[in-house]
Design a protein around this ligand. Sequence first.
Ligand SMILES: *Cc1c(COP(=O)(O)O)cnc(C)c1O
Length: 392
Amino acid sequence: MKQERFSFKENTLYMCGHSLGPMPKQAQKIIERCLKDWAQEGVLAWNKSDWIHLPYKMGQLIAPLIGAKEDEVIVCDSTSVNLFKVLHSALRLNPKRRIIITSSGNFPADLYIAQGIAHFNNNIELCYVPDDSNNIIESLTEEVAVLTLAHVDYRTGLIYDMREITERAHELGIIVVWDLSHSVGVVPLSLTKDNIDFAVGCTYKYLNGGPGAPSFVYANRRHHKNLVCPIYGWIGHRAPFTFSKSFENTPGVGAFLGGTPYILSMKALEGALGVFDDIVIERLYKDTINNGNYLIDLLNQKVPELVCVSSRVLGERGGHIAFKHDQAYAISRALIAEDLICDYRNPDLIRLSMPSLYLDLHDMQKASLIIEKVIRDKLYQKAEFQQKLFVT
Ligand SMILES: *Cc1c(COP(=O)(O)O)cnc(C)c1O
């Protein structure tokens, strides 16, 4: 199946889908078709190929993967920008309160967005709490407007209990904004059923949407009547082509749309989402955990100096596992030189993901042999692997 649906460099073990998924062949095909439409139709393609509605169409394709209704999801902009918009909207829904809570180990991009909001809004205060669920739940009070968390920890892969935390926050009237960047496409999600308020997430990780693929926004129907977006984007206008002088947002999640949609990126994403047509996420997740646990077992036996910092338990870990080593960066580079694509996170983690969409137990055996060789023969000690590249 993997050879059928994805393009890989030959003999490569692609274990970096937590950062950028591999290229689905269908994405290439659909982009090529889109380029043809552009060449032949030019501006007419906005209507003829219905480009203008792609943000909604992509939202409808993502909805079943996150357990949402079709009108609760749209695709636009980056996750950072969407988080900015959604946090502002959530604050508006709780106008008498002024505190945003997040975890101190949240993904730095998300911390920066929250810091910016606090910096530019004098009355808003950002508070950090330690990462574990109990600390987070204990920190919640009736003064808190918004709680924002990443569902899966980008270092360890640890998963928060989204339903439980949201429920406890709701008891105190707090709106919760989840970042699903490391869950969507690999971890089963049921946003509508779990009564989740808002979520954002990347489409270029486990959804394989391509470099710079636009992000998604989920807003529960319950909030649709009261949505305000701090960016008055004309594509989010109730009737953009009346060119009316004053902004009036379209009802529903479309209110979060900004400017002109990124059509080439949307088309790559359309091809990528097609891969999930016959995929059951629960099954994919279970097999992914099995892949990872098998690799952990093999490495525990053969390379005990690599310390796994991820949980082995179904439901407690996302799609990747991380190993600690004081030479983590050089090891990650040496593994890449052996065609095992992985990455490094400061200061001492090697991350490997193994979505069963394109990796199986046999691949885990191959990976363990490569890792064993790199560590045993100290291949990572080569000078060229010591110098950090800009992107790690
Ligand atoms: C990958 C990731 C991002 C990246 O956001 P961009 O705006 O697409 O760069 C943000 N948040 C989390 C939790 C992520 O994992």
